[in-house]
Design a protein around this ligand. Structure first.
Ligand code: ACM
Length: 522
């Protein structure tokens, strides 16, 4: 099981077997969509009718648990007589059903009818998360991903109890969310992507669909509009946002750090006021991310003047500020969440400490541990290496509580694994870099510190392989893991090369982006 639950005990003489006349019962209408979706999946794989009904069932979902379980905690019991999941909220039931899916045989997730038996070894589980923020970031700017592609990512990360999806919606290479008051952002600024192919963007309706799809899986979308650097797509769309009123060309390569808003122009803040208002209107979550990273073309004094003004506009539109750790060099509004992406760099650590001294909290995305776009080893064809090669063990084997020295545990909101997409242009490539590393970051965010142990984790990770096979996930068969023999022999680096979607663009990226270019600009 991943993430490892807080407490689990075997019931040695008990086995639950899903009977063909099984029912799913619930006592809270807010759990109906959870039960319906779970039943629909099980109907597909088992062929059973699985009616969802009020009251007790063969599998019973109940929100009668105590509030001490918190929003996400749950208790689960599987024995010969049935399965019960008890939580305080529907969200807790969703996490419990996620666990139940992992207790069932992998073939329960199949998209076609399978033979039983559908057995679960008797067990009791009591579970709740260590951290409230367990995220993944997807960069939809360097390469654009359609609504259906992002839904696939949401489906897969929800299996590991991830509860935030940070969407990096703007960068030098493309602007990806409709803004009615500045339409050229998407019409022109979103028209291309890395390598020069056509890009894309989300209409308001499409973005709302994504936000809802994520919410139905208890994942909150955190939108990022990166400022004041990483802004070429916006600068290309509107000349007035530039220092000299001269719009640059669209940019489809992968250098960083060359673009900046004009910090001393009023129109910059009128623009951000409109953008943050429209994005905030589409954001049920509390956080709006204003970027703030790698503003190498913004003089530092101007950067320090800019961030509080941009942050004030986020707050004006009812959201809490989130930003990369560079923003902590200046004053931060109350409630700010600072995202740490340093490695062991003391300067980055000082900024994280400065954030906490101001009352901000931290989400940890150490680039040499949590960046999913780093290569696994020197032979990995996709990805970059400026923060190092990140094996599965390297990505798992760290402690969020002690990563940044001299920061109290209470200041850590959680963890996030970012996937930057300079070299990634389709879902199979996303999957290859995300799996098997993302489940480890999700476990660091969910499981108790005492449960974190690499040698036990790698055994549990091996058990996920057959599940990914059933789900058609193009995961990397990392040699560190004792995958079952048939999984080991299917080389997934071959899968990447032979993938029909290995376009000229991405092959170009994979060979020309040695990582040196990004290193030199960081
Ligand atoms: C970052 O990697 N520039 C946050």
């Amino acid at each position: 099981m991943i993430p490892q639950p807080t407490a689990q005990q075997a019931l040695p003489d008990e086995t639950f077997t899903l009977p063909s006349d099984a029912t799913i019962g619930l006592d809270d209408p807010s759990a109906q969509p959870i039960a319906d979706r779970f039943a629909a999946q099980l109907r597909t794989s088992t062929g059973f009718a699985l009616p969802v009904q009020e009251g007790a069932g063969t599998i019973t979902l109940s929100t009668s648990g105590p509030d001490s379980l918190g929003a996400e905690g749950y208790e689960l019991r599987a024995d010969a007589s049935g399965v019960s999941i008890t939580a305080y909220t529907a969200e807790g039931l969703f996490r419990g059903v996620t666990t139940l899916r992992q207790l069932l045989p992998a073939k329960a997730d199949a998209d076609s009818a399978q033979d039983g038996p559908w057995e679960i070894a008797g067990t009791t589980i009591s579970d709740s998360p260590r951290y409230g923020y367990r995220g993944m970031m997807l960069d939809v700017s360097r390469h654009f991903f359609t609504v259906d592609q992002v839904k696939r990512v949401i489906d897969l990360i929800s299996l590991y109890k991830v509860n935030r999806l940070h969407l990096h919606l703007s960068d030098d290479q493309g602007w990806r969310i409709q803004v009615d008051s500045w339409p050229n952002l998407t019409v022109y600024g979103g028209s291309k992507q890395v390598g020069g192919a056509d890009g894309g963007s989300y209409s308001k309706a499409e973005y709302a669909e994504l936000v809802q799809y994520a919410a139905d899986r208890y994942i909150t979308v955190v939108p990022e509009i990166d400022t004041p650097g990483h802004t070429n797509a916006a600068l290309a769309s509107y000349p007035e946002l530039n220092k000299g009123d001269q719009a640059p060309d669209l940019y489809t390569e992968t250098e960083v750090g060359f673009s900046s808003f004009a910090i001393d122009k009023d129109v910059t803040y009128e623009f951000l006021d409109d953008v943050f208002r429209e994005v905030a209107e589409q954001t049920p979550g509390e956080l709006l991310h204003l970027g703030g990273d790698e503003a190498h073309s913004t003089p530092h004094s101007e950067y320090l003047a800019f961030v509080p003004k941009a942050a004030e506009l986020v707050v004006k539109h009812g959201k809490r500020v989130m930003g990369w750790h560079e923003i902590a060099d200046g004053p931060l509004p109350a409630g700010t969440v600072v995202q740490y992406w340093g490695t062991e760099d003391p300067k980055a650590q000082v900024l994280a400490q400065k954030a906490v001294e101001q009352g901000a909290t931290l989400v940890l995305s150490p680039a040499n541990r949590a960046y999913l776009d780093m290569k696994y080893d020197a032979n990995t064809e996709l990805g970059l290496d400026w923060a190092g090669l990140i094996s599965v063990e390297q990505s798992y084997n760290w402690n969020p509580a002690t990563l940044v020295p001299d920061v109290p545990a209470s200041a850590i909101d959680g963890v996030e694994a970012p996937l930057w997409t300079e070299t990634v242009d389709d879902v199979s490539k996303i999957e290859y870099l995300v799996f098997p590393r993302l489940p480890g970051i999700a476990e660091l965010g969910w499981s108790a510190e005492s449960a974190l142990d690499w040698s036990a984790y790698r055994e549990r990770l091996a058990e996920q392989g057959p599940r990914w096979e059933v789900l058609g996930v193009n995961f990397y068969r990392a040699p560190e893991i004792d995958w079952r023999q048939e999984l080991r022999t299917r080389s997934s680096s071959q899968a990447v090369v032979s993938s029909t979607s290995c376009s000229a663009t991405v092959c170009w990226c994979a060979t020309s982006l040695s990582g040196a270019s990004r290193t030199s600009s960081r």
